[in-house]
Design a protein around this ligand. Structure first.
Ligand code: AMP
Length: 397
């Protein structure tokens, strides 16, 4: 496999799959430019080497052909800013004659952005002919879209077959893989995973697959109450998945057998309604009164979790500790995020991944104070679970 830094892009046209699936407001302005910023180093390096760049991405979920609101032209101003003012050419299709003409006329140092790949249903279908049409745009293929690496789409996977040798990951995917591998194969200890969020059902596979790799596992958020109930606690009206009580118990047993210490919240901030202005109180997590629900970890738990986090050397965080979207129940998530920052300052490697924990570190402006923030929630979880991602396999061969 070719490493990105070892490839000579001089005089080459690089076809790059980027992930510009960014949120837009009503005025079609980009409201979160993280993914565009994250793609810039790969693009700039190719331009600096004397190559040219053809960018392809999806945006949103167009249903049936082109839709103005999902046009990639909306990202151009932000992209040009992150490319230090390099002007970006745009073509309103990704495979037609205009698109082919635009890429064939591209000169060294120039950047061309193709229109949304998902305006063609062939993209998500992984259509081979469509992938071949895309492949014609480049002399080499760079996959830098980690967020879609778990999908076997035409531009993320099938297109790589048209580049038997000249295919590689960009800096972004290289960084993502390196970070996850650091968590999975670290020699440093202790290794801690903090898993929160709403449901056990959506996190059980990741919890199980982390057991061989971690020393400590913090379970927070709504999913903690299923574990507490499984252990015989009373959880009032808190979120629970009764179908997963057995699964929760079995995970606790497996953890014990492997010597992994599980940390559940000892106390909980409870509320008498799922509302920002509900009455609140604090009680032991296993003794929540009827009519009350746990919406955040409590103060004793925060102290214990913060102490543990700041002692660990490798830390993965996925999922909030409570309903952090409401300020009244955000303290657990904020304090955990800050503890990760402290741990990072003390030399720990800290990886944050998964939609809501990434949203949390961004909300509290801590993203650049942890070691790595993953751009691909679903892809990161699947990679951690040991699943071979099609977009990664297509390059590694
Ligand atoms: P996930 O997508 O599974 O990581 O879950 C994230 C969601 O879990 C966020 O929207 C949180 O508001 C929600 N959540 C976290 N803790 C709780 C809780 N104690 N009760 C209900 N929802 C929660």
């Amino acid at each position: 496999m070719i490493r990105f830094d070892d490839y000579d892009f001089k005089g080459k046209k690089a076809l790059i799959r980027v992930d510009f699936n960014v949120p837009l407001n009503d005025k079609r302005e980009v409201t979160d430019d993280n993914r565009i910023r994250a793609a810039a180093p790969t693009i700039l390096k190719i331009l600096k080497d004397g190559g040219s760049v053809v960018l392809m991405s999806h945006l949103g979920r167009p249903k049936d052909g082109p839709e103005e609101k999902y046009s990639l032209k909306h990202v151009i101003p932000v992209l040009e800013k992150h490319l230090n003012g390099t002007s970006v050419k745009f073509v309103d299709d990704c495979v037609n004659d205009d698109a082919r003409k635009a890429s064939s006329q591209l000169k060294a140092g120039e950047v061309l952005l193709l229109e949304n790949l998902r305006f063609y249903k062939e993209e998500t279908a992984g259509d081979e002919f469509f992938a071949g049409q895309l492949a014609e745009h480049g002399d080499c293929y760079v996959n830098d879209a980690f967020g879609t690496a778990h999908r076997a789409h035409a531009s993320t996977t099938v297109v790589a077959n048209f580049f038997p040798k000249d295919k590689m990951f960009g800096y972004l995917i290289e960084g993502e893989i390196e970070s996850i591998d650091k968590v999975l194969h670290s020699k440093e200890k202790p290794v801690l995973a903090i898993i929160g969020g709403a449901k056990v059902s959506s996190k059980i596979t990741i919890l199980e697959s982390l057991l061989p790799n971690v020393d400590h596992l913090i379970i927070g958020g709504g999913m903690a109450y299923t574990f507490v109930k499984a252990k015989g606690g009373t959880i009032g009206n808190s979120l629970v998945e009764d179908d997963y009580l057995e699964t929760a118990l079995s995970l606790l047993k497996k953890a014990e057998a492997k010597g992994v210490q599980i940390h559940l919240p000892s106390d909980t901030r409870i509320a008498d309604d799922f509302r920002e202005d509900a009455s609140t109180d604090v009680c032991p997590t296993n003794a929540i009164p009827d009519g009350w629900m746990g919406l955040d970890i409590g103060p004793d738990t925060i102290t214990a979790f913060v102490e543990l986090i700041t002692k660990c050397k490798i830390i993965l965080w996925n999922g909030p500790m409570g309903v952090f979207e409401m300020d009244a129940f955000a303290k657990g998530t904020i304090d955990v995020a800050n503890a990760l920052v402290t741990a990072t300052e003390k030399g720990a490697f800290t990886l944050v991944g998964g939609g809501d924990s990434v949203a949390a570190v961004n909300k509290y402006k801590l993203a650049d104070k942890v070691s790595y923030v993953s751009t691909g929630g679903g892809a990161m979880l699947e990679y951690l679970e040991g699943i071979e991602l099609p977009g990664i396999a297509a390059i590694r061969g």
